[in-house]
Ligand binder design. Sequence first.
Ligand SMILES: [Zn+2]
Length: 183
Amino acid sequence: MQRRVFLGLGAAALAGVGLSSVTPRAWASAAQGERRLALFNLHTQEHLNLVYWADGAYISENIDQIDHILRDFRTGEVAKINLRVLDYLNGISEKMALHEPLQIVSGYRSARTNDMLHRRDGDGVAKNSLHTRGMAVDIKLRHTSLENLHKAALATRRGGVGYYPEKFIHVDVGPVRQWRKKT
Ligand SMILES: [Zn+2]
């Protein structure tokens, strides 16, 4: 039922009815048979909003686009992001019924970039960070508080959650655990 509603809106937009400014965009998946992600990379200003899983299967060309937007923007290196990270982000988006993209503060980090950040920021960046294995992403929202994002991340419980007040929420698909960075 919900899927029909979503498709209907899409058809209206495609028909060029000129609703682009008022048509509600699908930020979270309306249908159970698909998983969507809307991401905005704060460093590169790139954004995407796409279905990456449908009818029981991951859609590889769309996964490639997600890997690309989550690349190490400092070196340009693209890595395979663990699919469970995508599902974690999707789970958070669904739980919050988001109407805005998740803002990416940090996705994949090459070992070189991570070492540089570790030297610069000390304990704010772990030496063997899960970011270097495509297993972690740091996120925030433009129109929603970090506190609410933090709660949703904890409630989704798919791995680690770090709270960096006034900066971002770290989520990873390592063991379920949590920490809060002191301000
Ligand atoms: Zn992180």
